[in-house]
Write a protein that binds this ligand. Structure first.
Ligand code: NAP
Ligand code: ZN
Length: 367
């Protein structure tokens, strides 16, 4: 172990143990049962029995190798980065957790912890890249990291979050990615009272974006391609719903938005949203479609518009978000599935047919 950072390096003596999991063996194989290596907890580690794992559209992009240009998939791939479970074992140096506690893990399990971005609490922008929870080089065991579609995970306590037992734990799981990914940019761009804010797409991220933007006091407009989601969007907190494929409806909102958060997972016309911004308005991209999206530069010049992006959130802010959710009773609206239904759930994600996050009941892995 490095004295300076307290981190392990590949080759450190750790006892490998095994865990049951679900993995994809290729972009087209679908997912099936597998046994994966985990480590016996080091002094700073927490071992968590996973109760629930949310299903993010990123899991699907990764499993199908849709991000091959940036984050090529290593098979077998065990996805899952919306993890809530119970602590079953802690290392001797662990301070924040004890056996029996509820604990959670999101999209990262480590980072270099010493670059300027890590020191600023923005580990998601670690200059060396954070160690993502799955499909990323595992600094301890070697190989790649395996995610939450699994019965257990072992993580350094610095990257483990606390979840209030006031919250429904299955509904809390999606907060670890969909929650923080929408909370962070809304905070960063100071979204709140007196502002007109757009959320594009009512899926996992989008429905959390609606809930947070509403909780922060904004006037929230939801853009959807699915007319059937209108009533739900209003119930979730939207003040107005616009069917984005209706050009006349879109045009009514031209030049009126302070801020728009775009969560669409597939190719779409972002120019249609840039023209809806006010002077100095910002369109922030969260969705990560497979191919580049064309931008007509005049849509930036007219109105001094900004086009931005945002990636998940740091550990400190993730804890802040979880505490905010406990205080305000916010969780995701979920459809619980068994692990054996995961391929079907992915097919429904592709069709924008989820209300509004699938969460896997990990007890189904033991059946
Ligand atoms: P999701 O639950 O599948 O929701 C995506 C929504 O996008 C759909 O429900 C649909 O909403 C809309 N949509 C889909 N295809 C569209 C199209 N062709 N045109 C316009 N809208 C479309 O996905 P998610 O889990 O929320 O993830 C959304 C995206 O964010 C994914 O690309 C994911 O990889 C990415 N992501 C990014 C980060 C980050 O850190 N930036 C973190 C997590 C996920 P409607 O039916 O309402 O139109
Ligand atoms: Zn995610």
């Amino acid at each position: 172990m490095s004295e300076a950072t307290g981190q392990a390096t590949v080759g450190q003596k750790v006892k490998p143990v095994t865990a049951r999991a679900y993995a994809a063996q290729s972009p087209t194989s679908g997912l099936a049962g597998i046994t994966i290596p985990r480590r016996d907890p080091r002094p700073q580690d927490v071992q968590i029995e996973i109760l629930y794992c949310g299903v993010c559209h990123s899991d699907l992009h990764q499993v199908r190798n849709e991000w091959k240009e940036v984050l090529p998939t290593v098979y077998p791939c065990v996805p899952g980065h919306e993890i809530v479970g119970r602590v079953v074992k802690v290392g001797s140096a662990v301070k924040k957790f004890k056996e029996g506690d509820v604990a959670a893990v999101g999209c990262m399990v480590d980072s270099d912890r010493k670059c300027a971005n890590c020191l600023a609490g923005e580990e998601q922008y670690c200059e060396q890249l954070p160690t993502f929870t799955y499909n990323f080089p595992d600094k301890v065991l070697g190989g790649v990291t395996y995610g939450g579609y699994s019965e257990s995970i072992v993580v350094d306590e610095a990257f483990v979050l606390r979840v209030s037992d006031k919250l429904n734990l299955a509904g809390a799981a999606p907060l670890l990615c969909a929650g923080i990914t929408t909370y962070s940019p809304l905070k960063h761009w100071n979204v709140g009272r007196g502002q007109k804010v757009g959320i594009v797409g009512l899926g996992g991220l989008g429905h959390m974006g609606v809930k947070f933007a509403k909780a922060f006091g904004a006037n929230v407009v939801l853009f959807t391609t699915s007319a059937g989601k209108t009533e739900d969007a209003l119930r979730l907190g939207a003040d107005e719903v616009v069917i984005s494929r209706n050009a006349a409806e879109m045009q009514k909102h031209a030049g009126s938005f302070h801020f728009i958060l775009d969560t669409a997972s597939a190719q779409h016309d972002i120019n249609a949203y840039l023209t809806l911004l006010k002077l100095d308005g910002t369109l922030t991209m969260l969705g990560a479609p497979e191919k580049p999206l064309p931008v007509a530069v005049f849509n930036l010049l007219f109105g001094r518009h900004r086009l931005a992006g945002s990636g998940i959130g740091g550990i400190r802010q993730t804890q802040e978000m979880l505490d905010f959710c406990a205080e305000h009773g916010i969780t995701a609206d979920i459809e619980m599935i068994k692990i054996q239904q995961i391929d079907e759930a992915y097919e429904r994600l592709v069709k924008s047919d989820v209300k509004y996050r699938f969460v896997i009941d990990m007890a189904s892995l033991k059946v």
